[in-house]
Design a protein around this ligand. Structure first.
Ligand code: GAL
Length: 827
C-alpha cells in the first residue's frame, strides 16, 4: 500500500564546503565520506565490507602505508572533525536568511544583501525490513538552487532550478532493517552558480521533502489528470486520465477503479476499467464519469472533491492514489474571465514566495495566512511571479477560493527548460484554483524569430498536457506574440507607439489580460521619502525606478510606475483587459528599487513584508469590496508640525465623506466612485486630538474611522492569529506585536526594541517588522517595532503542551501570551 511520509525532521546542516565529495565513481556504490555511514553510525556490511577491506589491505601492503584508506581511491574526503560546524535543522529551511547582511557581492541589492554560498544537509535514517520489495522514492518539492544528492555512497542526481519539484527512485540504494544498517542522504545546495531571478531567492531545502513508498505497479508520479468537460442540467461530465507505471519486468493485468468523493467523503461517482501493461512500461487510460448535482468550485464556495484511484491486481488493491480537485469550468473571453459561466473581475496581486522571519522557507500555515490577508483585502487572484509555487500555496488557494495564474520561470524551449515546464504542468494541473498558465514574463520576444519558434514549441507542449486552460505570456509589448490571451504588463504607463486600446482595436480577435500593474513604492507608516533610511513615502515616492529624484513638489509622484488610482482608472477605461494584477501583494526581500543599501526589501507591497497593511491596502479594499470602506491617512502624531498644514487622504467606496477634527467639521467631500474616484484629500492645519472620517451612502452614515494623537509608548501588546496549534513541529502561530500608550492606543511612531522569550512546547521561528531599512536579524531573539508593529512566528514542537511567549522592553510594560499546542486528535 502507498504511504507518503514527511521527511522534514532531524537533518544536520553545514554552511560552506565540507570537503571534496565526488560524483563519479570507479566502483559501484563506493563514494565514501559523508555520503555513507560514518564510524559511529551503523555500517552496512558491504560498504566497508569484505571486498573493499581486502583491496585496502592489499594496497596498504603494496604501498607500505598502514594508514591508507580505501576512500582515497573510491570516494570523498571527510573533514577531520566531522562534527564541526554541523547543526540540527528541520525543513523547510532557508540558510541564506541566517547570514549577516553584506554589500560585497555584485548586484547584492537584488538578493536583499544576503550573500549566497553553499550549504549541505545530511540525514541518517532507517528503513524497516518490511519495506523491502516496495518502490521507494524521495521527493523534493523545492531546493534553492543547484542541488546534488547522494544516498549511501551513490551519487543520485543534480537538479538545477530552485523552483521545480523533483524526485529520485532510491529503492535499490537503501539499506533495509537492522542488519543492513543506517541510511545516509547528503544534499548539497549551491547558489554560487548564478541567480534565477532578480528578487531574493534564499538558499537550501526550502520546501517539504517526502518519502513515498508504493508497489511496483502504481499510479505514476503526478499520474492523474481530472478535468471538468461540461456542467449542464445539474450534471457534470468529468474525464479522469490516469497513467500507470508497471515497474515489474512482466506484463501485468489490473483494474483501475476511480471514485469521486464529495467533501463529506460520500461517493459521487465511480467507474472501473480493465487494463494490461507490459513489463517496465507505462499506460495512460481515460475514464468518463458523471456527477449529479455537483457542488461547483467557486470563489464564494470553494468546494473540493477527492478522486480516489485504486489499482486492483488479482482482486487485491495494490495502490491507492488520491487527487484533490474541484469541479468547475474556466474560460477567458474577449471581455475577461468566466468561472462556471459567470464573469469574474480579476482583482489580482503578483507575489514571490517570501515572508518575514522565514525568508523563502514558508511553513504551510504562513502560506495560508498570506492568502487570507489578500482575501480580506478583496483580492481574488494570485499570480505566482515568476515561477511555480510550493504545492501548499496552491492547496490554500483551492481551499480558500483564490484564483491562481501559475507561471513558468523562463520561456525557453531547451530540453532542460521544457522539463521544468512539464513538471509545473503535470504537478499542478488538478488544482481548481489555477485558471491560466503563464509561459513567461517580459521575455525579449518581440521581433525575434528564435523567440517565436520557442514560444510555438512551448505553447504546443503546454496545450497537449493541459488543453483545459488558456495560456498567456506576461509581456511589455504584444508585437509578435501568438498566444491564447495577450498578457500585458504596465499598459497603463508604458507608452509604446500604441495604447493597449488602439492595439486591441487593430486586433479585433485578441483577448487581453493585465498581467502586471502599478509598481507603487510605499513604506508602512512613513509619510516622507527617506532615502538614507531606505524608506518611501505612503503618499507616493519622488523617486523613479532607477532611483532618480523627480521634481514633483512635496507630495511625491507615482513612485515606481503608476499610482494605484491611475491604474484603476486605466482599467475602467479598458475593461476588456480583465482586471488588474498589482505588483505586489506583499513586500519581499531584494529588488530594493528605488534605493539600494540600506534598503534590503522591496517597497512595492500593498502589505509590508510581515503582512501588515500599508495605507494603500484600504484603497484596494475600496475598489474591490462592496461593504463600506473608509480609511484615513496619515496618523495623527505630528507635535513637531503644530499649526502647519498636513495633507490628509481618505480612501473610500462611499459617496460622501465628512472630515472632523476635534469635533469641528472640516467639510463634506463627494467621491465619484463610479468614475473611479476613491481618494479624497484635505489640507488640515495640525492640532493634536482626534481626526475622524465619517462616510455616507445615500445620506446615511455607513462607516467611520478615527486617528488619535497618542501619548508615549507605555506597554507591549501581543495578539496571535490563533492560540491553538497542532503539536506536529510544523504549525505556526503568527503573533502581532504592538506598542501601545496608556489608553491602549497603538503608538504609530514607536520603535522600541523588544526581547522575546519562549518557554514550553514551542520555539521562536522568526521575527520581522516590515521596515525595509532594518538590518536586525530575522533569526535573533530581539526585534524593534517599526512604526508600532513587529511580528513573531512561533512554531510548535511535536509534544503537546502550553507555549508561553514573553515580550519585554526597557521602560515598557511587558506582555505574556499563552498558546496551546495539541495533538491533532484534540483539535
Ligand atoms: C516588472 C517585473 C517584476 C518586477 C517589477 C518591478 O517588470 O516583471 O518582476 O521587477 O517590474 O516594478
Amino acid at each position: 500500500m502507498r504511504t507518503r511520509e514527511n521527511f522534514d525532521t532531524n537533518w544536520m546542516f553545514h554552511f560552506g564546503e565540507v570537503g571534496k565529495i565526488v560524483k563519479t565513481v570507479k566502483k559501484a556504490g563506493m563514494i565514501a565520506g559523508l555520503t555513507n555511514a560514518l564510524e559511529e553510525e551503523r555500517h552496512e556490511p558491504f560498504a566497508m565490507g569484505e571486498a573493499a577491506r581486502i583491496t585496502q589491505d592489499v594496497i596498504r601492503k603494496l604501498m607500505g602505508d598502514p594508514h591508507f584508506e580505501i576512500s582515497q581511491i573510491y570516494g570523498s574526503d571527510t573533514p577531520d572533525d566531522k562534527h564541526t560546524g554541523w547543526v540540527c535543522v528541520d525543513l523547510p529551511h532557508d540558510w541564506r536568511l541566517e547570514q549577516p547582511y553584506s554589500q560585497e557581492e555584485h548586484g547584492a541589492a537584488f538578493q536583499g544583501y544576503l550573500p549566497g554560498g553553499v550549504g549541505y544537509y545530511r540525514k541518517v535514517f532507517q528503513i524497516p525490513q518490511e519495506d523491502e520489495g516496495k518502490k521507494i522514492v524521495i521527493e523534493f518539492d523545492g531546493v534553492m538552487r543547484a542541488s546534488s544528492v547522494w544516498v549511501n555512497g551513490c551519487f543520485v542526481g543534480d537538479h538545477l532550478s530552485g523552483y521545480t519539484s523533483f524526485h529520485y527512485d532510491i529503492t535499490d540504494l537503501l539499506k533495509y532493517g537492522e542488519a543492513e544498517g543506517d541510511n545516509v542522504i547528503l544534499v548539497r545546495t549551491d547558489t554560487t552558480g548564478g541567480d534565477e531571478g532578480w528578487w531574493y531567492e534564499g538558499g537550501g531545502i526550502y520546501r517539504h521533502v517526502w518519502l513515498t513508498k508504493h508497489d511496483y505497479l502504481h499510479v505514476d508520479r503526478w499520474g492523474t489528470f481530472v478535468r471538468t468537460d461540461w456542467v449542464k442540467n445539474e450534471t457534470a461530465a468529468i474525464t479522469v486520465e490516469t497513467t500507470i507505471s508497471n515497474e515489474y519486468s512482466r506484463t501485468m493485468d489490473y483494474r483501475i477503479r476511480t471514485s469521486i468523493l464529495d467533501r463529506n467523503g460520500k461517493l459521487s461517482s465511480t467507474t472501473e476499467t480493465d487494463c494490461t501493461t507490459g513489463g517496465l512500461d507505462k499506460l495512460t487510460t481515460l475514464q468518463s464519469l458523471q456527477v449529479s448535482y455537483p457542488q461547483l468550485w467557486s470563489l464564494s464556495t470553494p468546494h473540493l472533491y477527492e478522486v480516489v484511484t485504486e489499482l486492483l491486481h488479482e482482486g487485491c488493491i495494490v495502490d491507492t492514489y488520491r487527487t484533490v480537485t474541484g469541479i468547475r469550468t474556466v474560460e477567458y473571453r474577449q471581455d475577461g474571465l468566466y468561472l462556471n459561466g459567470e464573469y469574474v473581475l480579476l482583482k489580482g496581486t503578483c507575489n514571490h514566495q517570501d515572508f518575514a522571519g522565514v525568508g523563502i522557507a514558508l511553513p504551510d500555515r504562513v502560506h495560508e495566512y498570506k492568502i487570507k490577508r489578500l482575501l480580506e483585502m478583496g483580492c481574488n487572484a494570485y499570480r505566482c511571479a515568476h515561477h511555480p509555487p510550493a504545492p501548499e500555496l496552491l492547496e490554500a488557494c483551492d481551499r480558500l477560493g483564490m484564483l491562481v495564474m501559475n507561471e513558468n520561470r523562463v520561456m525557453e524551449s531547451t530540453e532542460i527548460k521544457l522539463e521544468e515546464l512539464k513538471s509545473m504542468l503535470y504537478r499542478d494541473r488538478n488544482h481548481p484554483s489555477i485558471f491560466m498558465w503563464s509561459l513567461g514574463n517580459e521575455e525579449k520576444i518581440s521581433g525575434s524569430y528564435q523567440a517565436k519558434r520557442m514560444l510555438k514549441r512551448i505553447r504546443e507542449l503546454a496545450t497537449k498536457i493541459d488543453p483545459t486552460r488558456p495560456l498567456t505570456v506576461a509581456c511589455l509589448s504584444q508585437d509578435g506574440i501568438e498566444i491564447d490571451v495577450n498578457g500585458v504588463n504596465y499598459a497603463e504607463s508604458i507608452k509604446g507607439n500604441q495604447s493597449i486600446g488602439e492595439w486591441f482595436h487593430d486586433h479585433p480577435q485578441a483577448k487581453v489580460l493585465n498581467t502586471e500593474n502599478v509598481s507603487f513604492f510605499s513604506t508602512r507608516g512613513v509619510y516622507e521619502d527617506d532615502p538614507g533610511g531606505g524608506r518611501c513615502s505612503s503618499y507616493g515616492s519622488k523617486y523613479t525606478m532607477s532611483g532618480k529624484e523627480m521634481d514633483v513638489g512635496n507630495l511625491g509622484g507615482a513612485g515606481g510606475t503608476s499610482t494605484p488610482e491611475q491604474s484603476w482608472r486605466y482599467y475602467l477605461d479598458n475593461r476588456f483587459t480583465g482586471g488588474l494584477f498589482v505588483w505586489t501583494g506583499f513586500d519581499y526581500r531584494g529588488e530594493t528599487t528605488p534605493f539600494q543599501w540600506p534598503s534590503v526589501t522591496s517597497h512595492f507591497g500593498i502589505l509590508d513584508y510581515c503582512g501588515f497593511a500599508k495605507d494603500s491596502y484600504y484603497f484596494y479594499q475600496s475598489i474591490w469590496k462592496d461593504e463600506p470602506i473608509v480609511h484615513l491617512m496619515p496618523h495623527w502624531n505630528w507635535s513637531e508640525r503644530a499649526g502647519q498644514p498636513v495633507e490628509v487622504h481618505v480612501y473610500t467606496n462611499c459617496s460622501e465623506v465628512e472630515l472632523v477634527l476635534n469635533g469641528q467639521s472640516l467639510g463634506i467631500k463627494k467621491a465619484e466612485v463610479e468614475a473611479g474616484e476613491h481618494t479624497l484629500s484635505w489640507q488640515v492645519v495640525y492640532e493634536p486630538g482626534v481626526l475622524e472620517a465619517v462616510a455616507y451612502r445615500g445620506g446615511m452614515e455607513v462607516a467611520r474611522e478615527r486617528k488619535e494623537t497618542t501619548t508615549e509608548a507605555y506597554a507591549i501588546h501581543l495578539e496571535a492569529d490563533g492560540t491553538e496549534l497542532m503539536a506536529d513541529g510544523q504549525d505556526v502561530s503568527i503573533i502581532t506585536v504592538t506598542v501601545r500608550d496608556t489608553a491602549g492606543r497603538l503608538v504609530p511612531v514607536a520603535n522600541n526594541l523588544i526581547q522575546f522569550q519562549i518557554s514550553g512546547e514551542g520555539k521562536l521561528l522568526g521575527l520581522g517588522n516590515g521596515d525595509p531599512g532594518c538590518h536586525e536579524s530575522d533569526k535573533g531573539n530581539a526585534r524593534s517595532v517599526f512604526n508600532g508593529y513587529a511580528l513573531a512566528l512561533v512554531q510548535s514542537k511535536d509534544q503537546a503542551g502550553n507555549i508561553q511567549i514573553k515580550a519585554s522592553s526597557v521602560g515598557l510594560v511587558s506582555d505574556v501570551l499563552t498558546l496551546t499546542s495539541m495533538n491533532s486528535s484534540a483539535i
